[in-house]
Design a protein around this ligand. Structure first.
Ligand SMILES: C[S@@+](CC[C@H](N)C(=O)[O-])C[C@H]1O[C@@H](n2cnc3c(N)ncnc32)[C@H](O)[C@@H]1O
Length: 351
């Protein structure tokens, strides 16, 4: 039960360690032993309290500056099997080499406008489905990364739990979610094993751009279905075989058709992807006991086969983005182009 206190909005559980030899502005043990975050703050520890959120945001900034390290429940680093583990190794190396590009929710990131646009694009397909959720819905964001979708779930007033195996991503997520404020908790967990969460716990489980990176994606679909309530919504996106085409190059429809037979990509110590067709995505959901409501092709333009048609410098201009989203919807519904999607988005329900 103690572990589940992290689900309580008044009990975000987190441990802080001072980095030996570095003076942080907090009363942390000099030997680097961990302390519970709640012992460092004398006021309310509700993440709905702006003062506590400001403190958490400062803590995340101290972690980013290398002054402290943060640990998240259940305080055991998940052991990922190869080849899925390679993605975390690749991400960690990228984060060290390109910290600004990695932290895409920071306005200074060169990828900020792109990632924010792509979130808008996903949401343009999801909004009508999300309307069925109750106020203050309990939501789990699996493989939530630095919080791109959790930020949106909080904005909508959902009680949001973000599960993510990468501790560095969780430390950044803390800052982004604290700036947003609301009922949230952060968990260092892999999608294959969400054991702190009881069966049928959540109204919504999101897994955006995650399950295709698991060594055995099906384990992630089954775990997501387990923690979902009956009648609850599952929303997820996965890469299509179009992701196997060389990026930044123009490809013909024939190239795209030929790529459909590619099932995976592996770069040892760096990257592993299992590509999904719409049919494979449907089968994965159904064999996890979910009923598919819709599968939608997405990312034809940015990061997709028609990337050359986008003026990336205009991302952030709402009218321009609305136009791109309109074109995306037309392509998703077109007989000729639908299967050229770079990613597939599924909406499913647990019966
Ligand atoms: C492309 S990012 C997407 C992050 C976030 N969902 C978003 O849309 O911004 C892929 C995420 O999947 C996470 N991931 C990789 N393997 C995982 C696993 N086995 N279980 C859960 N998450 C995993 C990565 O650490 C990373 O945060």
């Amino acid at each position: 039960m103690a572990l589940l206190s992290g689900l309580d909005e008044t009990g975000l559980t987190l441990r802080v360690r001072g980095r030996p030899g570095i003076q942080a502005a907090l009363p942390l043990p000099a030997d680097g032993s961990p302390v519970d975050v709640r012992t460092l703050w004398s006021g309310s520890t509700s993440t709905r309290d702006p003062a506590y959120c400001a403190f958490l945001s400062d803590l995340a900034a101290a972690a980013k500056a290398g002054q402290v390290t943060l640990e998240f429940p259940p305080f055991v680093t998940p052991v990922l099997e190869e080849p899925g583990a390679w993605n975390l190794i690749g991400d960690a190396a990228f984060a060290v080499e390109y910290p600004d590009a990695w932290d895409t929710l920071s306005e200074s990131s060169p990828n900020h406008a792109l990632k924010r646009f792509e979130r808008r694009l996903y949401l343009s397909h999801l909004t009508s489905w999300l309307e069925s959720l109750p106020n203050g819905a309990d939501v789990l964001d699996v493989g939530g990364g630095i919080g791109r979708f959790s930020q949106e779930w909080l904005r909508r007033g959902y009680r949001t739990s973000l599960a993510e195996p990468n501790g560095g991503a969780l430390a950044l997520a803390l800052g982004h979610l604290a700036r947003q404020g609301g009922a949230f908790s952060l968990w260092q967990l892999a999608a294959e094993s969400l054991t702190p969460f009881a069966d049928e716990r959540f109204h919504l489980v999101s897994a955006m751009e995650v399950l295709c990176y698991l060594s055995e994606p099906q384990r992630g679909f089954v775990e997501a279905a387990r923690v979902l309530r009956h009648g609850g919504l599952f929303v997820a996106s996965v890469e299509s075989p179009v992701g196997s085409l060389e990026p930044g190059v123009k490809h013909s429809l024939d190239d795209i058709t030929a790529a459909q037979s590619v099932t995976e990509q592996a770069r040892e110590g760096d990257l592993w992807v299992r590509y999904f067709t719409a049919e494979r995505l449907r089968a994965a959901c159904e064999s996890a006991g979910l009923v598919v409501e819709t599968i939608i092709g997405t990312h034809y333009l940015t990061d997709g086969p028609l990337h050359h048609a986008v003026d990336v410098d205009r991302l952030g201009d709402v009218e321009y983005e609305d136009g791109l989203i309109g074109v995306e919807h037309v392509l998703a519904g077109s007989t000729r182009w639908a299967s050229a999607a770079r990613a597939w988005l599924v909406v499913a329900r647990k019966p």
